[in-house]
Design a protein around this ligand. Structure first.
Ligand code: COA
Length: 152
């Protein structure tokens, strides 16, 4: 059975292990333990038999707007609906908080399109996102990610 729960500080080490390979490949941005701790309330985890098998974060940028960040599912368990379930949990959380829109910057356009996200020009994203985060990316400034957004 898979359960979905909010992360706590004691999860950080294992969260970092889960994303290590994707960070090395430049698919997910690196974040220090302190950065993850600062934002710990934004993370939702998928857990199977006490093991973290998936995670993602809902990062709030503005009163109406948040971003889905750092989504990953353990390699052997992909394609079974876990990633989709994590996104749905984050969108539900966003609705309860009163957000109106959620965007993402991703290499997995089709995955998010199946979850009702629509492609938008990257230039329409908040400037703070570009400077605070993109500058840390291996691929900056030649960004080949796709920006997508959904109303919630
Ligand atoms: C992207 C990721 C989180 C998806 O998680 P998942 O648990 O495999 O996704 P799901 O099983 O919920 O898939 C939901 C739907 O998206 C589709 N999908 C998933 N990954 C896809 C991909 N890479 N390309 C196209 N479609 C994809 C699935 O086929 C599924 O469609 P269906 O509902 O019609 O069967 C997972 O593949 C992953 O961890 N990838 C590596 C990290 C990564 O690329 N993160 C994105 C950062 S940009």
């Amino acid at each position: 059975m898979i359960i979905y729960k909010k992360a706590t500080l004691s999860d950080i080490k294992k969260m970092q292990e889960l994303v290590r390979k994707e960070i090395a490949e430049g698919i997910i941005l690196p974040r220090t333990d302190d950065e993850v701790a600062t934002n710990i309330r934004s993370y939702t985890l998928a857990i199977k038999k006490d093991e973290i098998i998936g995670l993602s974060a809902l990062h709030i940028h503005a009163p109406h707007l948040a971003e889905i960040r750092s989504i990953v599912v353990k390699k052997e368990l992909r394609g079974r609906g876990i990633g989709g379930a994590i996104v749905k949990k984050l969108l539900e959380e966003g609705r309860l908080l009163g957000l109106k829109q959620v965007f993402t910057l991703t290499y997995r356009k089709e995955f998010f399109e199946k979850l009702s996200f629509k492609e938008i020009p990257k230039e329409s994203l908040p400037v703070s996102k570009i400077w605070a985060d993109c500058i840390k990316c291996k691929h900056f400034p030649i960004c080949d990610e796709t920006a997508l957004i959904t109303d919630i």
